[in-house]
Design a protein around this ligand. Structure first.
Ligand SMILES: Cc1ncc(C[n+]2csc(CCOP(=O)(O)OP(=O)(O)O)c2C)c(N)n1
Ligand SMILES: [Mg+2]
Length: 367
């Protein structure tokens, strides 16, 4: 350990976080980036079956905000909130299996990125893709906390593009009136697919929309993880005190395309490179930790090595996972699956299936 007592951060300068917590924030941000880089490699090897949605440059938004929640609080992530899900307890193994559509992934191969949840233990909700539509879900979740008198908070993310949907407007209004214990985080990454923010909304500051609902709104530097933590924590504490909804606008930048296939031809020349050079959340945090917080680079490198080992192990395990079993497609779809002979739809071609399609590693099929 390189730190001496002289390097213990002052709570005010570090958003009230102790040294261990500051290092945890680094761990989660680095894990997010490294795991996504591994997913890119797997994507290029065609082992990631569907799309790949990066949060490169946005890791501080995801990690700093989720870190402000307690375990019992509920988080509603989006595709660029891998970091938030990891903080809430999703594992690299689950994420890798999910992207590779493995039979033992959380959605048993039905879904191909991070649309999965755990509302029993870890309290993050499986997202749907429709822009803005997790706001109504979370208004309902947090209204139930209020009605039951539970001191729990919900946090829902929306993109800048999603703030222009009807669901967003109608339900923030509803949640504000009901004083739901809800934090709405707008991740303003300057683009909605290929549309820059100023081409889809005439307001300069999305946080100003809060005034229309009679709730507090704040804009913050989304690439400063401690600032993200600080403003989210204030909003979370406010919600827990029964003071209702807060709208936060976190300013960041989407350095990759909407998904991995998108070549970003619509982005002005030099813009991405400028953000990478001047405003990378991890670079900024490393500078902060190794400067004002007195953390040695050797200590950060040790964390990096641990992360590589964790991701390597998880990748091996995920690659060894079986593909989805065809018969499993009914599981979880019908409460009472129709009685039918197994493999009824393949009865006529049973021998062909066995001879040609069924890899030796596949599981049992027809009892
Ligand atoms: C209601 C609706 N309209 C269109 C889409 C297609 N769509 C998916 S993501 C996306 C852009 C989202 O932009 P933003 O809300 O800024 O989030 P970001 O991808 O930047 O994180 C669009 C238009 C959708 N999923 N739902
Ligand atoms: Mg956006």
């Amino acid at each position: 350990m390189a730190a001496s007592s002289a390097t213990v951060p002052s709570p005010a300068a570090s958003a009230g976080l102790a040294r261990d917590h500051l290092l945890e924030l680094y761990y989660w941000m680095r894990l997010t980036r490294s795991l996504e880089e591994r997913l890119v490699n797997l994507y290029r090897q065609t082992k990631v079956v569907g799309g790949l949605f990066r949060s490169l440059g946005q890791e501080a938004c995801a990690v700093g905000s989720a870190y402000a929640l307690r375990r019992e609080d509920v988080l509603s992530p989006l595709i660029r909130n891998l970091g938030s899900m990891l903080v809430k307890g999703a594992t690299p193994l689950e994420v890798l299996r999910q992207y590779m559509a493995k039979g033992d992934s959380p959605t048993r191969g039905r879904e191909l990125n991070i649309h999965f949840g755990d509302v029993e233990e870890r309290n993050f909700i499986g997202q749907i893709s429709h822009l803005g539509d997790m706001v109504p879900v979370m208004a309902g979740v947090t209204l139930s906390f209020k009605l039951r008198g539970e001191p729990r908070v919900g946090l829902v993310y929306v993109g800048d593009g999603a703030t222009s949907t009807g669901a967003f407007h109608e339900v923030i209004n509803f949640a504000a009136v009901q004083r739901c214990p809800l934090v709405v985080v707008v991740e303003n990454n300057r683009y909605a697919y290929s549309t820059p923010t100023d081409r889809q909304c005439a307001a300069d500051r999305l946080a100003d929309k809060a005034a229309g609902y009679g709730i507090p709104g704040a804009r913050a530097d989304g690439n400063d993880v401690l600032e993200v933590y600080r403003v989210t924590r204030e909003a979370v504490d406010r919600a827990r005190r029964g003071e209702g909804v807060t709208l936060l606008e976190l300013m960041t930048y989407r350095r990759k395309g909407h998904a991995e296939h998108d070549n970003q031809s619509y982005v002005p020349a030099g813009e991405i490179e400028r953000w990478a050079r001047e405003d990378d959340p991890l670079d900024r945090y490393v500078a902060r930790l190794s400067g004002a917080e007195g953390v040695s680079l050797a200590e950060l490198e040790a964390i990096d090595r641990r992360i590589v080992e964790e991701i390597d192990r998880a990748t091996d395990e995920a690659e060894a996972s079986p593909p989805p079993e065809p018969l499993d497609c009914l599981t979880g779809v019908y409460a009472d699956p129709p009685a039918m002979p197994a493999l009824w739809y393949r009865e006529g071609i049973r021998s062909a299936v066995d001879r040609h399609e069924r890899a030796a590693s596949w599981g049992t099929h027809d009892g």
